[in-house]
Design a protein around this ligand. Sequence first.
Ligand code: TYC
Length: 101
Amino acid sequence: MSDIDTKPQTVELTKTKQPPLYKVILLNDDYTPREFVVVVLKAVFRMTEEQSYRVMMTAHQRGACVVATYTRDIAESKTTEANDMGRSAGHPLEFSTEPEE
Ligand code: TYC
């Protein structure tokens, strides 16, 4: 008998792939009060007053601002929750979700 091992060799690869991330984007509009935008950012995205104010002002001045990135389910549920808060208060405030590059 030959001592050459002819058994198929298997190599185990550890999978460390991360789930794709989605951005939540805050869009500017001309009507929603600044203070209300800050309230929504604090409530839904757990940001401090200072962080919320900075994100709100960036959207106000540039038209839009990335709020944060999350897995798809969380990004979508936070976007819906934030949009519902705006609608319930009668404001046109809009958040959207898009995949990160
Ligand atoms: N532009 C609004 C105003 O002047 C304030 C605002 C800021 C609204 C950011 C939306 O995403 C927004 N009252």
